[in-house]
Write a protein that binds this ligand. Structure first.
Ligand code: 5FX
Length: 541
């Protein structure tokens, strides 16, 4: 952990701001100062640091191959462990003026009646896990990797007028991992668990509850990942609640704007770790909305592409354009009237790597050389590489599909043509599906592991026809949370809402790496028409 001593011990110590991220695999903390500089980081890995919970990658995969859960008590134990590590590292926790956080989206926590009283009366001498072990009415929390609720998705889609109607109402069609469908499954399979539940929290609002010592509200960034919130009014949709479970509104609590201060830190943390009794807590959001906050994407046209294990394209929108076929619309956590769109791909880095291994002797250098040795547009050759079942477009069966310039299926791609085909195909898909839900970039911020590959970014700039910027953002969800709580703090000081980008000036800037080549961009625009037709052919098969 990096710590930095106060400069002048006589003066009032400068305030610090803490962002937490309860992700699938661990709990991370990022501490920033008021100038947005990172001053400390710390982390707990669930598998290695909390082995008693016996998780792999932070989760339990069930024998049906579809159900994936995590023990909520592990998230509780992780918070004590993380704060103990920060205290041991002599981090000045007393200077933290405000805390916010992030949770893996869609995961849900089920709490028995009276949990709020247990939270209010936490005894500093005992651990959180000791005091909260009996509060869960469901001991295995469903998380975002779960895909066991197809039946509930179909039933709720039917009740609400079909997938496009659900998308129009909630921002996304019914997805298995979305919380409303998970709640409907619990009601059907274990009605006694549901009856024993007083409050249902998201991972984000649950972690916030631990800090404020009370049930915490949900905010519109993460609330949109439930198929229960009206995406435009940012309130629970009665229709969506009624077809999910009886008496659900009372169990969900309120939805508040993302910058809201939701409480003061519970005295437990003051006594046990030395936090200030004045430390405030800002509403927690989901990991994707917080990553958007880390990049400060507040206005339409500001788009990020994260090239990771899975690729995501996300950005700000002023008007939602929900689609039943791709992507999600969430509330924008840094613009209370705005929205964010997200398109998620399963076939990201692992697919690029498998093409590299097959056609470039496992070498990124040879992969890049092959891109340089081929011409933009690949002589009209187009490929679809689904190493994994794909979310966007929905493809259940993995496979590779290659087409010649005459649109006929072929296997006759040269090695370097396969390499160009996978890169061009991925960006053409992002342009196509992003556009379908309103993501039309004016500039792109490229993040994630593969963004260090320059020639990949050149193709990105040409396909989209906009400049591409790069920067490295480690722990982006916890950093975004720290920015959001600093923003909330500024709003409290000013006693009014201040635009996020006016007060948050990230210390690390993105650098423009490529401008698009106009001729290549025209060529890709023509190619996109063929790409869309061939994609329909591939997905209809
Ligand atoms: C988004 O819809 C997802 O399901 C994932 O990105 C999770 O948020 C990962 F935590």
């Amino acid at each position: 952990m990096k710590t930095r001593p106060a400069k002048n011990r006589q003066s009032i110590p400068a305030p610090l701001f803490l962002g937490l991220d309860s992700s699938t695999q661990g709990l991370e903390a990022t501490v920033i100062d008021a100038a947005c500089r990172i001053v400390a980081e710390s982390a707990v890995q669930f598998d290695a640091d909390l082995p008693a919970f016996k998780t792999q990658g932070g989760v339990h995969r069930h024998p049906d191959g579809l159900t994936v859960t995590s023990p909520p008590l592990m998230w509780v134990a992780a918070l004590d462990l993380l704060l103990a590590r920060m205290k041991k590292a002599k981090m000045p926790l007393d200077r933290i003026a405000a805390i916010s956080g992030s949770g893996q989206q869609h995961g849900s926590v089920y709490l028995r009646p009276g949990t709020d009283r247990v939270l209010k009366n936490l005894a500093p001498a005992r651990s959180l896990a000791q005091q909260l072990r009996d509060v869960f009415s469901v001991n295995a929390s469903p998380i975002w990797m779960d895909s066991s609720t197809t039946r509930q998705c179909q039933e709720r889609d039917a009740a609400l007028g079909g997938p496009q109607a659900v998308a129009e109402l909630t921002g996304s069609r019914s997805y298995e991992r979305f919380t409303g469908n998970q709640i409907a499954k619990i009601v059907r399979e274990h009605p006694e668990f549901y009856r024993a539940t007083e409050r249902i929290a998201l991972v984000s609002s649950f972690m916030a509850s631990l800090l404020i010592g009370d049930y915490a509200p949900i905010e519109p960034g993460d609330g949109a990942g439930m198929n229960l919130m009206d995406i435009r009014s940012r309130r629970w949709s009665k229709k969506a609640l009624d077809c999910t479970a009886p008496g659900l509104a009372a169990k969900l609590g309120a939805i508040v704007p993302s910058h809201s201060i939701i409480g003061i830190l519970n005295p437990y943390y003051v006594a046990r770790y030395g936090f200030s009794p004045q430390c405030r807590v800002t509403a927690f959001s989901g990991d994707n909305p917080n990553s958007l906050a880390a990049l400060g994407l507040a206005q339409s046209g500001e788009v990020a592409i994260s090239l990771g294990t899975s690729d995501t394209v996300f950005g700000a929108l002023s008007e939602p354009r929900p689609s039943a076929t791709e992507g999600h619309i969430f509330g924008n956590p840094i613009n209370p009237k705005g929205y964010m769109a997200l398109v998620c791909y399963m076939n990201g880095s692992l697919t690029r790597e498998s093409v590299r291994d097959s056609f470039a002797g496992r070498s990124w250098k040879r992969f890049e050389d092959a891109l340089s040795a081929t011409r933009p547009g690949n002589g009209g050759k187009i490929g679809f590489f689904f190493k994994e079942p794909e979310i966007t477009p929905p493809v259940r069966k993995p496979g590779i599909f290659r087409f010649g310039a005459d649109n006929r299926p072929t296997d006759a791609f040269r090695p370097e043509e396969n390499i160009r085909a996978v890169v061009e195909g991925q960006f053409l898909s992002m342009r196509l599906h992003g556009r379908n839900i309103g993501l039309v970039p004016k500039k792109i911020l490229a993040t994630g592991g593969a963004s260090v590959n320059r020639s990949i970014l050149r193709v990105m700039a040409d396909v989209f026809g906009v400049p591409v910027y790069i920067g490295s953002q480690a722990n982006s969800a916890s950093l975004g949370s720290a920015y959001r709580t600093l923003h909330g703090w500024h709003c409290v000081q000013a006693r009014r809402f201040l635009p996020f980008t006016k007060v948050i000036k990230p210390a690390e800037c993105f650098e423009k790496t490529f401008d698009p080549d106009k001729t290549n961009h025209r060529l890709y625009t023509a190619l996109l028409v063929r790409y869309a037709k061939l994609e329909r052919w591939v997905t209809d098969k």
